[in-house]
Design a protein. Sequence first.
Length: 592
Amino acid sequence: MRMTTRTLALAVAGALLAGCGHKDKDAPLAFVPADTPYVVANLDVMDDDTRGALLAQADVQLPAQVKQLQSAADDMAAKDPDGARLLRAFAGELDGKTIEQFARNAGLNIKGYSAFYGLGLAPVVRFELTDAQAFNAFVGRLETAYGKKFDVADVDGQSYRRHASAEAGVQVILAVVGKQAVAALLPADAAKPLLRQALGLDRPARSLQDDGRLDKLAKAKGYQKWAVGELDLTRALPLAASGKDPLFAALFKAHAEAESAKTGEPVANQLQIPPACAGDAARIAARVPELSFGYTRLDAKHQEIRWDAALAPDITQAFAGLKVELPGLGADAQAPFDLALALPVAQLRAFWSAQSDAVAAKPFACPALADLNDTFAKLGPAMQKAAIPPFGDLLGVRVALDSLDAGKDKPMPSFTGRLVLSTNNPAGLLAMGQMMNPALAQLKLAADGKPVALPPAMTQMLNQPAWLAMGDKSLALGIGAGEDAKLADTLKAAPGNAGQMLRMNLDGAMYRTWVGLMQDKADSIAAAAAALDKDGTGAPPTPADQALAASRARTKAQFDAMRAQAERIRNMRIEAHVEDKGLVVTGQTELK
C-alpha cells in the first residue's frame, strides 16, 4: 500500500512538473517584461478553420489598407521623403497578395506565436519565422524598392539593420534572432542596454510569460487565447508625462528642435517638464486604469470580440446599477438598423458636475493640462443648463429603420422606421413641440401607445404618412406605410437592464445599402470636381491633377473593399454596459 501511494505521488509530481515545464523559454512572451505598459499577443495558436476564417476577412480589407498606406506615404513625402519611400516599399510587398502569400514570402509563421509590446513606450514586435532566409530576402526587397541599403549595425555579435529618421529622432531596427524576427522603434541614439533588451539578448528579470497576467486576464474576461490585448494606463501615462521614457524623450526633443528652428525658443527651455506632470498623469490614469480586448468567439461564421475599460469606483457606482427606461434598449432588435442609446441626463449631469467640482477643488498643476482645467471649469455651468426641460428630462433615444431606398435617381434617400424619445415627462415634451409647431396643436395623445396620424402639413416633406404615439415615459414617431401598427409594441419593448448604455443591430443588406449610398455620393462629388477641373486645353495633367486622380483611385478601392466585406456580412450587433469593474463593449458579426 505504501509503495502504491509513493508511486501515485511520484506520478502526480511528474505530471505537475511536466505542466510547469511546458513553457517555451524562447516564446515571444518570454521576452516581454512583466511591467510592460501594453501588449497584444496570442496565448495559443488557432486551428486551421478558425485561421482561414480570419484570414479571409483580412484579405477582403487588405486592398483598402494598401491604398491607405500609399496615401499616407503621399502625405508624408514632402516632410519625410525617406520615410515615404520606405512606406511605399512595404505597401508594395502587400499589394496584390493575400495575407498568407505575404507571410510566406516574408518567412513569417502565421501558425506560430507573436507578441507586440512596449519596452517602456518603445514598441517591439516579435514573430516566429518559418524561414529566416525568406525574411532576409523580404528585407532585401524593401531595400531595393526603398532605393538604398539600410545601415547594418552590431551589438555584442548580434547584427541588425536600422533605418534612422533625423527629423523624428528615432530608428527602426530589424533583426533575425534565433527563429524569430524582431522589429522595434527606438530612439536614434538608443543606449546599449535598451538595444540588447529589444533584440532579446538580455531577458527581463520577470517576463509576462512568468507573470501569467495575460492568461489571468483572458480567463477573467472570457477572452479566447488567440489574441489578447492590454493597455495599462497607470504605467503608460506617467512614463510619457515624466519625460523619462527614452522613446518619448527622443520624440519630445526632436519636436522641440523643430519648434526652436521656427520660433527661436531654446530647446532646453522646452524640455523642462515640471514634476507635477507625472502626478497629474497618474491621477488621470486612475480614472481609467486599464483597457483590454479579446475574441470571445471566432469561426467560419462568427466573429465576436469584447472590449473592457476598467473604471474608477465612483464611475461604476454611478452607472452600473442604473436601469434606463428606454423601450428597446434591453430587447433583441429585429429591425435592419436599430440603435438604442441611453442618455440619462439627470444622472450624467450629477456625475459630470461632481467631476467639475473635483477639478476646481484640485486643479491640474501640469502646464500641458491647463486646457483641461478650463474645460472642466466650463463643464460645471453647462451641466446646470442641462437641467432645463425638456433636455433635463431625457432618458434616451432609439432609431429603428425598417427600409432605406438610396436609388441614384432620388435626390434624397427614402426610408421607413421609428424614432423613440424616452423622457420623464413625455406630455411636457409634446406640449413644447406643440408650442413650437402649431400644426401639432390639434393632436390629442394619451399615454396608451395608440398612434395618431400627423397632419398633412407635416408629412408633405416626407412624402409619406407618419404617426405619433405616447407611452408612460416615451414619445414614438413612425414614418412610412405600416409603421403605425408597430408603435404600440415599440413603446412596450423591454427597457434597459442594469448598467446598459447602448445596443445596436445592423444587418448585411442595410450595411450594403449604406455603402452604396456613400459611394454614390462620393462618385457624384468626384464627377462634379472632375468637370470643374477640365480646362479644355488638352494639356498634360499637372502634378495636382495626378494627385487628385490618385486620391479618387484610393477612395474607389476603399469602397470596393467595403462592398466586398459587406457582401459577406449577415448581421452585426454591438452592446455596451457598465458593470462593477468598468465598461464592457461586445461586438458580434455573423458571416454568410
